[in-house]
Design a protein around this ligand. Structure first.
Ligand code: SAM
Length: 227
């Protein structure tokens, strides 16, 4: 049964610059009955910055299975509930999928606000084709990693990868090794923050360039598809 009032709102939050929160996100965070958060301390700081006092409750990969039925029941009873991950759009390499799927299955209304995410600005500013692309998110940490990359070596669309600073060099090295030194890449670093930077070039050029830059912060890697 679809409730008249209740709804789940997925609320994207800034990936660096707090000014990137939208007016509608602020209004909703203020007016919903409850904000569920991947990390209540993290989202609590954002709400405090925005002067919002809505009740917060944790909802993350370690308690989502226990909590999901209760959340759905509350929405069916008419509550409006927002969900925020730590940064960017929930469900995009972040928790959120399980909750959305359960709501859809229970015919509970779901809305995701348009808003911050790291992959769109990285792709669009990379200078690589953005008419057709694949979002790969994080590569498998160990098992299946090389196989995944080998499968992607023949992909013709632009590819998007998320990576932590600790694995960036290794991943770049693997990508260039399997995709070839002529393939174009872009590393988008610290988007919307003080040290935002784009490092662009062929695999061979990138190997030279990354020796000279600070590999601290957050990164998105964009790889050209096979010609
Ligand atoms: N939900 C987020 C989104 O919508 O983009 C992604 C969360 S995922 C746990 C974190 C990864 O996103 C980082 O390791 C990095 O690859 C990317 N990322 C997040 N913020 C970024 C930023 N400001 N600059 C570059 N990459 C960022």
């Amino acid at each position: 049964m679809i409730s008249e009032e209740g709804k789940l709102y997925l609320i994207p939050t800034p990936i660096g610059n707090l000014g990137d929160i939208t007016f509608r996100a602020v209004e909703l965070l203020r007016s919903v009955d409850l904000v569920l958060a991947e990390d209540t301390r993290h989202t609590g700081k954002l709400l405090q910055h925005l002067g919002i006092e809505t009740r917060l409750s944790s909802f993350h990969q370690h308690n989502e299975h226990q909590k999901v039925d209760g959340v759905i029941r509350r929405i069916q009873e008419g509550a409006s509930i927002a969900y925020c991950s730590d940064a960017g759009t929930p469900g995009i390499s972040d928790p959120g999928f399980l909750l959305v799927r359960a709501c859809v299955e229970a015919e509970v209304r779901v809305e995701c606000l348009p808003g911050p995410t790291a992959f769109v600005p990285s792709l669009v500013a990379s200078g690589l084709p953005c008419d057709r692309f694949v979002f790969e998110g994080f590569l498998p940490p160990k098992k299946g990693r090389t196989r995944r990359l080998e499968e992607l070596a023949n992909e013709t669309r632009t590819m998007i990868f998320y990576e932590s600073p600790y694995k960036l060099l290794k991943t770049i090295d693997q990508l260039i090794g399997l995709f070839g030194e002529d393939r174009q890449f872009c590393i988008a670093r610290e988007l919307s923050k003080l040290h935002e930077e784009f490092i662009r070039g062929s695999g061979a050029e990138l190997r030279m360039k990354i020796q000279k830059v600070t590999l601290k912060g957050e990164f998105v890697i964009i790889a050209e598809g096979k010609k």
